[in-house]
Each structure stands twice: as C-alpha cells, then as structure tokens.
Design a protein around this ligand. Structure first.
Ligand code: SF4
Ligand code: SF4
Ligand code: SF4
Ligand code: FES
Length: 996
C-alpha cells in the first residue's frame, strides 16, 4: 500500500510479511534495525552512512536484491530479509570477508561482545567458510604510538577510510582498490608514523574487528592474549586445525565464554573529556587502574569522534609524579604532611589574615578544568565563609571579552546554538581561532560540511592554519585590527541596502546610534588599517548576505587583545545587521577553550556574579543566596585575576587559594605574576601535580583529576554533562569538592555534601538559569543546554522567540577603534602571536606526561616565516633568543609558511620557555583579559644549531590524500568483483541516501 507521508500520513512497508511504519527519508537498514529485524551489516555504521563495501546487508526488495544500507525506504516496499536469495547473498558476502580475516576470537583482544565480525559469524550461523583465509603480503604497522594496523585481519570494509576522509576529514586513509592485494593506506603508502595521521582515533573506533586496535588493548583485554607470540600462534593454528571438524559454533562458544569472563574485570564508565571545550563524552574501559581504551559512540557533541587527547591522553592519571600527600613548605623545601595538619594550617592562616587585614585581603581562583559543583563551592567559600567577592577563574584569560560582546548585544554569554547548528550554516566565518587544533572535533563538523555539503568557509587569521588552507576565502589582517574590518563590512552592508531590514525593524534596537558610530569605518580606512584589499572586504560582505545562514566562530585571536570585548561585540553587531540570529545555521559561537571554562563562570567563579550571572550588587539576588546559605554576603564587586596580581604587588592582597590552574605559566607577563605570587603571605595551591605554580605555595593539596570524581562539566555549547567516577582517587588525593568542603568546615561552615548531586540540587534551587538541572535528567549520555526551566526544558538554540533583554530585542552596540598596545618599533621589530597546538593542551602539564605525544611533539618552538628565516640566516632547529619589553626566552626556530613576514608564532606548551615571559600586562579595557596577542619582540639568532623542534614523525610533515570517502565504485570495477547472489558481474551505482 503506497501512502505518501508528506501529506501527513504514515509510510508503510512490509518486512518479511509484517507491516512496519517507516520514517521520512529513513534508510532501509535503519528501519530494519529499529524494528528489530536481525540483518548482517558489517560495513554499515549509522554515523558514517552507507559505505557499501561489504554486501552483507543484501535483501530482496520487490523481488530484486539490493543493499539495505543504501536503499531509501519507499512506501509500499515488500522487503524480504530471509528469502533464499537474500540469505545466500548475505552468506556469500560474509564468506568473502572471512577470506580476509582469521577468526581466533578466544585469543583476540577485540573479543569483548562488540566485535562486528564475531557477531556476524554468529548471526549468520557460519559453520565453515568456503573461501579460505588468505594472508596478505603486507606487514603489521606499529609505527604510531597509540594504535597498530594488521593488514591480515583487515576485511577491507573501508569504515576507517570513510571516517578519516569524511568525518575527521584528515584525509589520510585510502584503499587502492585496483591493487592485487588491497589494504588500507596512510598517505597513499607511507608508514603510519610518518603520515599525516593526527591520531584522532576515529578509524580505530569504527573498525569492526581487530585490524585497527589501540595498543593499550593489545595483550591487555583478554585472559589469554598476553601469551608470548609463539604460544599465541600455536593456539591460532590449533583453532584452524579443529575448525573443519568442529565448525565455528563450537569454537565460538569457547570464545564467548572467554568474552563473558572479561566482563567481570573490564569496567566501562562514561566520562566527559577533560581537555577542550567541545565537550566530547565517551566510555573509558579500565582494568583496575589500567586504561584500556576510550570508546566514543553516543556523546551528544561528538558521537564517534575524538581528538588525540580525548582518545589517547589519559595515562597522566597514573603518572608516578601525581601528588598523593599534602605538602607544607619549610623554608625552601616542602615536606609531606597529613590532611589534618595541612587543613588546620590553611584554616589558621586564613583566619589570622582575615582577622588582621579583612576578608578582601584574601582571594580565590577556581579551575576551569574542574567541575561546576567545585566552582560553585569555591565561590561559596569565598563569599559565604570568608566574605569576599575576590573570586575569578581563567575565563579572564580568554573568554570574558566574548561574553561581554554577547551580553551587550543579545543577552546571554554563551554560544547561540549547538555544533549541529553550525553544521547547517550556509557560511561559517572563523576569526582568530585555530579551530582544527584548539577545538578539533568541532572543526571536523565544519570540515565535513565544507567538503560534503558545499558549506562556504571564510577564515581570518594571522596564520594560514588548516582551516585557512581549506577556506574559500582567507583574510590575513594586520594584528589587532579585526574590529575595523568587521565594522567596515557592517557599514558597507548597511549603506548598500544589503542589511536584513525586516529583522532589524522587528528585533533590534539602537540602529541609529550604531550607524553613526560606523562613520569612521569606510572601506578605505579598513583597507589601510587592516592591510586588506577593498575588493576582499566587499567579497566578504556579499558572501555573508548571500549565504543561507552565517555562523561566526571566534576565539583567542579576537579576545586576547586590548580591544577583545569590542571586537567580540563587532562580530555580534555584524550578525544582527544581517539577520543571522534566531534560527539554526546562524549565530555567534565564541569557542570556549577549557573543558569547563563556560561552567566555571556560569557557576559564579567571577568577581561580579553569583551563579547564573546574577549580579553581586543586586539586593534581591543577594537576599536569595543569603537565605539559602544562611550568611551575610559582601556587596561590592571583587578583584579579578589581573587585579589580584596588582593588589599583591600593592600589598593589599595577602593570601590566595587557587585550584587546578597553572597561573604562573598561563597568565600574561609571567615575570610580573610570579613576582606577585612570591610576595603572598600565604598561598594554597591545589592540583594533581606539583605544577610550576606550586613553587610559590605554602601549602599544596593533592587533588583528583576528572576520572577520579563525579560532577558535571559545561561545554562550549552550554551543554551540561555528567562525568562518572572511573577510578578511586590515587593515594591520599581527594576530589576538589571534598577538599574545598573540608577547608570551609575548618573555617566554621557546616557543609555536609555527600555527593556532587547534592551540590547541584542547591545550585538549581538558587539559580533560575539552572532551575531544572538534575542529575537524573543528566543520567548517562543525557545532556541539558542552559537555560533550563524548572520542568527540564532546555534551549539548544537560543533566541528562537526573543533576545535575552527585558523587551526581547537585541541591541546594536556602537564602537570606536583604538590601536593595539605593545606595537613593534625599531628595537622590537617582530610581532609575536601565540596559541595552542592540537596535541598538547595549554601549558602541557597533562599532555607532556603522555609518552606518544611527547615522542611526536617533544617541545615548543617559534614559527618563523621563510622570508624572515632567509633574512636572519635561520633554519629549523636554530636556537634563537626572543626578547620582549617584559622578558626573554630561548627556543628553537621552526621555519614554516604558516606564518608570514615579520610575524612569529609560539605555541604555549612549555614550562621551560613559556611564551608568557614575553607577553605584557596590557589588557582588554572592559574585562582585563590580557592582550596576549599584542606582543612585540626582537629575535637574536644564537650560534647553536639543534635538530628541528618537530621530528619527522610529526603529522605536520605528512601528505594527506583527499578523496571522496572510500570510493567503493572502484572496488566494483575490479574484474574479480561480482555482486553476491548475482550470477554475473554487476557494476553497481553508488547511492547512499545521504546526500553525498
Ligand atoms: S587521522 Fe589517523 S587516527 Fe584519525 S582517522 Fe585518520 S588515520 Fe585514523
Ligand atoms: S582497518 Fe579499516 S578497512 Fe580494515 S577492517 Fe578495520 S575499518 Fe575495515
Ligand atoms: S580535547 Fe576537545 S575535541 Fe579533543 S576529545 Fe577532548 S573535548 Fe573532544
Ligand atoms: S552494510 Fe555493508 S554494504 Fe550494506
């Protein structure tokens, strides 16, 4: 019966004689899975779409054999999954697969209940294979530190290729189907170690068997898999010998018993990544404290995706140099202390200092790596127990200006929508963000939309980073001038009748004043100030107004300037002028750097806001918290991070309590910062390692990393997610929330939180923005995107009905331009930019403890343009001294065309040569975010020549091989290919129902 769903009616198909209801545009394989029809499907993965390499999903539709994965459902279809022809085709297809794969499941580390090849053998009740296993003439490749490829076990399903080409879009993998013995190739035939592979792990995650495996699993998952190779080979031979007599079912029973017994020792625990703000979540597989692997599958932000850090960078939790005892300073040394001793000392000194110099002589810095509940408790301790608003977190160093830009214009200080909304944009504009390295998984979604769906991409940056190389248009403005070109583009759009007039009329206030403020921003002025051609600026304007939805992504290339807040505001102004808010595929996306930098600010770790951005000087708000906490709260705004350092130097601030923050390396002008820290009368640092900052401490408290505690993180999408405890706290370390509670109670508070869920209950009761957040609503992989109403309704996309101002209208915010600080002159003639690297997180305290990352990226460096290198006689590996107005460092040069002319770039991952010895104390005027990106230096070449700071095995030296996914059509053209179940060779046509 054919029924058209578009007319609001149901679409029905018949499956093996039973009528089922299909969803619009559903693939047949998905319908079969949804309705519980068992069907083999080795190469199909819902997040990859149909690849069509395995042919095991053959079914009969209206009498014809088709691949269920590539067949869109149509009304009235008669589907038979169990006809003789269908079964024969499925079996034949799978037989070919077993010709490429030896079933030695009992001694295989992939035998954990989720091996697709194993499970398909069982599903199809294979007893004997007709096509014998044939080893391939290729060696195992173990040259990547994190995973290995075994061609002999590779069934050539191409999932890995599809994932690498079209999900991660690193375009490293391919299969040359024309080869006599095809295998997966890295960069067309390199070793994995020397290829462009960024070790994101997508390929390993989706591999349906053991051909690609995490090295951490090999020899560790099974009971018998650690046997010496000769013994293992012997057992594999035995399996081969008995199979003709016993059949596979008997062998499978043994392997399944072995697999079942693994369940008792391998734990799978859901967690949320501790690195960047994308908010990837995944299961971590552990055996006691051993981390076997990370398995991403259903995370709301990431699905099967991770970057190298989320997938492979967790061994730091077992590092031998974890802090496991409190430490107390004695002269120049520290001694181990008991918790009682340390906590008593903290309480006594805090009390003394508060009594003598008042509560505002103490300050508190929360961690954007720790949980929401921990930030909440820290600010409750500062405000409710000590009585000061001197409370901040590291969003001061990066994201506060973006928040201000959005507060001024649209009302909420967070991303307008979700990563899924960015994917839908007609145009993505990335400004001052090295997205592929700093927010890798989010970048994959942009790369994918650009590659597969024709999304347009404009990138404005000083460096030609990966996104810039991919962009349709790359702008390279002069440092610190983004506000000018953004405003000039807005002016051009308004002047030339290109603005979204009806949107402005209905939804936006302040147009007249804004227009007046744009007077100086002519195209000519912008061209000269920014060093961008007028035609380019016009092109940007036209691309924006012609696009079906624009999302702007920005990060520290915008915010870490003396005009960071104003430049962020200029972005939002431009979006308003062009009507790019209020629907999916539009909006403002300041990309939050740390895993919980959004959450730390959201939960009150700020000098002017209680949780939920409720102002400390609002009496009504204070009254609510005072009643809830049973205390009297301070009324005046406190000191931010920047002001705290100044206040220490001025002798006004005497004591500080900081947790999970490497302030001595990551704050700007580190010589000045460290000078301040050394003047503190009493300094408590809480961390998992003895960080650089600990050197200045009087008491060091050993904390637990994310895997050793429960709580919630909030990602850049405003997405709140639960992390579950994977491991017990190591040694005497404790979760930060417990330590903060212990300190508070020693100071007379009477807190009695037994679990972070109790803390969240309190947060929700006091904070309208989180009213409906509960641990039950966040169970497992469930998430909520704030604001969350009391009934649990959240807002993945903001501003669908109104902007967050009393009249519901957005506001254009007039701006003026001032020149960047710390400009180059004859003495300091080079501009120094700085930022992250993909593989190291921030200063590198965690990632330098990962051997594989250290092997590929052992040190920091300074990127020098080929022009400058030629002028100064530099090569990659030449040691240079960089001297700024504030300090100096010694570092090796890396000559690369990623940077141009007299612009340098230094990654921030170093404790020996931290870039912040060079940066200044200039700040954004509104938020006091340091102007890290406004630094001038001079460069002295030193006589020493070293090796290149990046070894040849770094992925940046690889040569990707972009292609359209796995290109199965080339397989179908092989002379020996025949569609299973068909008597002759059929050249199929690829239709994947996926739009690509
Ligand atoms: S980049 Fe490397 S790890 Fe990532 S999918 Fe490609 S080959 Fe696999
Ligand atoms: S290595 Fe790639 S092609 Fe081979 S079985 Fe694994 S996912 Fe399939
Ligand atoms: S670092 Fe960021 S992109 Fe990488 S896995 Fe973690 S959250 Fe995802
Ligand atoms: S599942 Fe492999 S071809 Fe359909």
């Amino acid at each position: 019966m054919a029924i058209d769903f578009k007319k609001g009616m149901k679409m029905q198909v018949t499956i093996d004689g039973t009528v089922a209801e299909a969803k619009p545009e559903e693939r047949l394989v998905d319908l079969l899975n949804r309705t519980g029809t068992k069907i083999s499907q080795v190469c199909y993965h819902p997040q990859l779409g149909p690849i069509q390499t395995c042919d095991t999903c053959m079914v009969e539709v209206d009498g014809k054999l088709v691949r269920a994965c590539a067949t869109p459902v149509q009304a009235g279809m008669e589907v038979s999954t169990k006809s003789g022809r269908a079964i024969a085709a499925q079996r034949e297809a799978f037989d070919r697969i077993l010709g490429n794969h030896m079933l030695y499941c009992t001694v295989c580390d992939n035998n954990n209940g989720n091996c697709t090849v194993h499970n398909t053998t069982k599903l199809l009740a294979v007893e004997h294979q007709k096509i014998p296993f044939q080893p391939k003439p290729h060696a195992v490749d173990s040259t990547n530190p994190f995973y290995r490829y075994d061609p002999d076990q590779c069934i050539l399903c191409g999932r890995c290729v599809e994932a690498c080409q079209n999900v991660q879009v690193n375009e490293t993998l391919s299969i040359r189907w024309e080869d006599p013995h095809p295998r997966v190739l890295w960069d067309g035939g390199s070793t994995i170690g020397e290829s462009s592979c960024v070790s994101c792990g997508h390929c390993v995650t989706v591999c349906p068997c053991n051909a690609l495996m995490e090295k951490s699993m090999i020899g560790h998952a099974g009971f018998l898999t650690k046997l010496p190779k000769p013994a293992l080979d012997g057992m594999i031979d035995l399996v081969k010998r008995v199979e003709p007599d016993t059949g596979y079912s008997a062998i499978m029973k043994v392997s399944e018993a072995e697999s079942a017994s693994r369940e008792s020792r391998i734990r799978r625990t859901k967690t949320v990544c501790t690195y960047c703000g994308v908010g990837c979540s995944f299961d971590i597989w552990t055996k006691d404290r051993e981390i076997l692997k990370v398995e991403p599958s259903e995370g709301a932000a990431n699905g099967i995706s991770t970057c190298v850090k989320g997938k492979f960078a967790w061994d730091f939790v077992n590092s031998g140099d974890r802090l496991t005892h409190p430490l107390i300073r004695e002269g120049d040394k520290f001694r181990e202390a008991t918790w009682d001793e340390a906590l008593d000392l903290v309480a006594r000194r805090f009390t003394e200092i508060k009594t003598r110099s008042g509560p505002d002589s103490l300050a508190f810095i929360s961690s954007s790596k720790c949980t929401n509940e921990e930030s909440y408790l820290m600010q409750k301790l500062a405000r409710g127990v000590i009585g000061t608003n001197n409370m901040d977190n590291c969003s001061r160093y990066c994201q506060s200006p973006a928040t201000i830009g959005l507060f001024r214009t649209v009302g909420y200080g967070g991303d307008s929508g979700s990563i899924k909304d960015i994917e839908k944009a007609g145009l993505v504009l990335i400004i001052g963000s090295n997205t592929a390295e700093s927010h890798p998984v989010l970048a994959t979604r942009v790369k994918r939309a650009h590659k597969l769906r024709g999304q347009k991409l404009i990138v404005s940056d000083l460096r030609e980073n990966e996104m810039a190389k991919r962009a349709d248009l790359f702008l390279h403005p002069k440092p610190g001038t983004d506000l000018v070109w953004l405003s000039a583009v807005s002016r051009y759009i308004l002047e030339n009748g290109l603005a979204h007039v009806s949107f402005l009329n209905e939804w936006v206030n302040g147009l007249d004043d804004y227009k007046k403020s744009l007077e100086p921003f002519t195209l000519e002025f912008a061209a000269e100030t920014c060093d961008l051609p007028i035609e380019t600026l016009k092109k940007v304007a036209h691309m924006i107004v012609e696009a079906d939805g624009v999302c702007v992504l920005w990060a520290m290339g915008i915010t870490q300037h003396s005009m960071g807040s104003d430049s962020s505001t200029a972005i939002s102004n431009l979006l308003l002028v062009t009507g790019n808010y209020m629907r999916s595929g539009t909006g403002a996306y300041p990309l939050r750097g740390h895993n919980n930098v959004q959450g730390a600010s959201d939960h009150g770790a700020m000098p002017n806001f209680l949780p939920g951005y409720q102002s400390v000087d609002d009496p009504e708000v204070r009254a609510r918290f005072e009643a809830g906490w049973n205390v009297k709260l301070p009324t005046a705004k406190g000191l931010d991070n920047h002001e705290m350092i100044e206040a220490i130097h001025d002798g006004k601030l005497k004591a500080m309590y900081l947790f999970g923050e490497e302030i001595s390396l990551v704050d700007s002008n580190s010589n000045f910062v460290n000078g301040g820290l050394s003047k503190l009368e009493f300094f408590v640092v809480q961390d998992i390692f003895f960080s650089n900052t600990c050197q200045f401490a009087d008491v060091v408290l050993p904390a637990s990393p994310s895997l050793e505690k429960e709580g919630t993180f909030t990602s850049t999408e405003r997405r709140i997610q639960r992390l579950y405890q994977v491991l017990e706290p190591l040694g005497g370390s404790r979760p930060d929330w417990r330590i903060i509670q212990d300190v508070a109670n020693r100071l007379g508070a009477n807190w009695n939180y037994q679990h972070p869920s109790e803390i969240y209950r309190e947060i929700a009761s006091l904070t309208p923005m989180f009213a409906g957040v509960t641990y039950e609503r966040l169970e497992g992989y469930k998430t909520l995107q704030w604001p969350v109403a009391a009934d649990g309704t959240d807002e993945p996309l903001l501003y669908t009905k109104r902007f967050h101002f009393p009249d519901g209208k957005a506001r254009l915010f007039p701006l003026a331009y001032s020149r960047p600080t710390d400009q180059p002159n004859d003495e300091f003639d080079l501009h120094l930019n700085n930022g992250r690297l993909l593989e190291h997180f921030h200063e590198g305290n965690l990632t330098y403890r990962i051997e594989g990352i250290r092997e590929k990226t052992p040190d920091t460096f300074v990127e020098v343009s080929p022009e400058l290198a030629a002028e100064r006689g530099l090569q990659s590996g030449t040691w240079v001294q960089l001297i700024s107005r504030y300090g100096q460092v010694r570092v090796r040069a890396l000559v690369t065309d990623r940077v141009r002319g007299k612009e340098l770039y230094m990654p921030m991952n170093s404790s020996e040569s931290p870039v912040n010895r060079l940066t200044s104390s200039h700040t954004d005027k509104v938020t006091h975010t340091p102007a890290y990106k406004e630094t001038s230096v001079r460069l002295n070449a030193l006589p020493e020549r070293g090796e290149s700071p990046l070894p040849r095995i770094n992925h940046r030296f690889g040569h990707p091989t972009p292609q359209h996914g796995v290109e199965v059509e080339r397989k179908w053209k092989r002379p020996d290919y025949r569609v299973p179940g068909s008597p002759m060779i059929i050249h199929a046509t690829k239709t994947n129902g996926n739009g690509h």
